[in-house]
Design a protein around this ligand. Sequence first.
Ligand code: ZN
Length: 276
Amino acid sequence: MGYNNRMTLTDGNMLRYSRNVLIEEIGTEGQERIFGSSILVVGAGGLGSPALLYLAAAGVGRIGVVDRDRVEISNLNRQVIHREKSVGRRKVESAGDSIRALRSEILLEEHGFAVTVENAVQLFRRYDVVIDGSDNFPTKYLCSDASVLTGVPLVHAGVLRFGGQMTTILPGKGPCLRCLIPDIPPRRDAPACAEAGILGGVAGVVGAWQAVEAIKVVAGVGEPLAGRLLSVDTLAGTVSVHAVSRDPQCPACGESPRIRLPLEASEYEQERSCAL
Ligand SMILES: [Zn+2]
């Protein structure tokens, strides 16, 4: 994309990114692909905090962060991109300060609004990959649909208490969220973080892993988690990966999709279920 960062490896920044470049699978070429990439993070919360910092640290050229909320004191057990002094500030501004403190020469786009049926497709089209760090099922389904409609890969995840799950949606190549869970879970079956709790480090583990997935996709290395659902249970100390397949009847990515442009607001329940 024309408005991406034109950064290349030079004598001046080689030392900074040397630990990435030393990795055989990445090397100079992979690092320059990372410099030239653009990644959007939906939500500057528990998942978005580590994801944003690791994307910036890795050298991703252009990063977008979208969140309409303000920092609350109850966010601070897990949303480590924010500081005590930021309580009451807009999350995109607070996150932006932390990101720029880590890396001053970054193209950072702060979108201080919610992802909606009206803006999702337009927003997704501006980036190479999207990370879903949102806090509620309606937004997760909206992100999945926008990924399918635009063809932009999506790294999906959700966390609660001591565990989390993630998968990468590569449109046309693997299942989407609706293939895995056809209907948006009703609120009674989807406990919120505010009700069920979340240990901050668990969001840290999964959010950092999302950053790695997104970097793999833009650098073109490794095997993305497409068609695979990864589950982390830190209480039991287990990680498992299950194969998941595309549903030919899927309303979003199946043979006769009914979710088309423009997206219908009625497809999504607007209630927010969790303050992740
Ligand atoms: Zn699908």
